[in-house]
Design a protein around this ligand. Structure first.
Ligand SMILES: Cc1cc2nc3c(=O)[nH]c(=O)nc-3n(C[C@H](O)[C@H](O)[C@H](O)COP(=O)(O)O)c2cc1C
Length: 339
């Protein structure tokens, strides 16, 4: 699959954009684990056009993580065009993605993100304006519609393609659903089966196993899949999926992290999480670096099934130094289920 000149190979697996999660360290780790392309968290157009320092830092990309997409959100076509130019200049990303799917009140309630599902003419103006402003391929990510009474994705996909959008990610939920219920992939297949649609369609929603990934390609016919929440505390999910899809060319994980253990064993996975903490600390500072990896440690399937883990988890989430956190993590080692 290609987006512009970026070749993502057959059956690409993409790391979803996630606020406060997909920073440069996590993105790089996921790429090494087999993600075909990674997305930044969404970056505010308003903050970009004001050149807010903390926002500009979000544009940093490393050569190791390419191909990388930077995602932007906003509701004003000319400001979005300006923001896209700033992103192009600062990051030289492989792709600029527009967020038309964020359901949270502070974004959608103000008319950006999924809020634009209630104002399609404005959404299309934004898409055209960004496409015309930059040389970088522009893609978009959206949902099925505002609610179950307004499923508009089959028409919307054509309209976005006509604006020059070069690939479309569809999260199989409506805005009203937020993250509840199950993603409905039937609408994604409907878009993909439309002979007028020539751009790649990326399916998103609830993929958390190689089986679901295989099913998405086989039965819903998508060109690529995007994985979000299932990567928390499990960056190796990309290898799990990749190796299932491409058994003849498995991802070589032998040198990704310093570890004496065999790749994909639980001991190795514990070393991966420790490396993630180290990378995060290196990027920010000890305290905030640890805060940033908490969500991963709290959610990691690695610790599931460890007897009396509850208190240990609370202690891990309270740890404020690398030494303390690593000591607590090491204490789980003798209890790992698949050492
Ligand atoms: C913590 C969190 C942050 C997210 N931030 C973004 C974002 O910045 N941009 C975006 O397009 N989607 C964002 N999403 C939505 C995901 O990209 C994805 O569409 C959604 O989680 C469904 O995929 P999944 O079932 O694989 O998690 C976020 C989701 C989560 C859980």
């Amino acid at each position: 699959m290609h987006i512009g000149t970026t070749d993502l190979g057959l059956h690409p697996i993409l790391l979803a954009p996630m606020e406060d999660v997909t920073d440069i360290g996590f993105r790089t780790l996921c790429r090494k684990m087999g993600a075909s392309m990674v997305y930044s968290e969404f970056v505010s157009c308003d903050a970009l056009t004001r050149l807010v320092k903390s926002t500009m830092l979000k544009l940093k990309v490393s050569p190791e993580e390419r191909p990388v997409a930077i995602q932007i959100y906003g509701k004003d076509p000319s400001a979005m065009a300006e923001a896209a130019k700033i992103v192009e200049e600062a990051s030289h990303p492989d792709i600029i993605d527009i967020n038309f799917g964020c359901p949270v009140k502070k974004i959608a309630g103000k008319g950006a993100g999924a809020g634009l599902l209630q104002n399609i003419p404005l959404m299309l103006d934004i898409a055209k304006s960004v496409v015309n402003a930059v040389k970088t391929p522009v893609t978009a990510k959206t949902r099925l519609g505002w609610d179950s009474n307004q499923i508009i994705i089959p028409t919307l996909a054509e309209q976005l393609q006509d604006c020059g959008i070069q690939a479309l990610t569809i999260h199989g939920r409506t805005r009203s659903q937020m993250y509840k219920g199950e993603a409905d992939w039937n609408y994604i297949r409907e878009v993909k089966s439309n002979p007028r649609i020539t751009i790649p369609i990326i399916g998103n929603g609830d993929i958390d196993s190689p089986q679901k990934a295989t099913n998405a390609f086989k039965n819903y016919l998508v060109d690529a899949i995007m994985v979000g929440r299932a990567t928390f505390g499990r960056p190796w999910i990309f290898k799990e999926i990749h190796d299932e899809l491409h058994p003849d060319t498995p991802i070589d994980t032998s040198n990704i992290v310093p570890s004496q253990y065999a790749p994909m064993t639980d001991n190795w996975k514990l070393d991966v999480l420790k490396e993630q903490v180290r990378l995060s600390i290196k990027r920010i500072d000890e305290y905030r670096g640890i805060l940033h990896t908490r969500r991963h440690i709290a959610a990691s399937p690695l610790f599931k099934g460890i007897p009396d883990f509850r208190q240990k988890r609370i202690d891990m989430l309270r740890a404020t130094t690398q030494e303390e956190l690593f000591r607590l993590m090491e204490e789980t080692r003798p209890f790992l289920l698949h050492p």
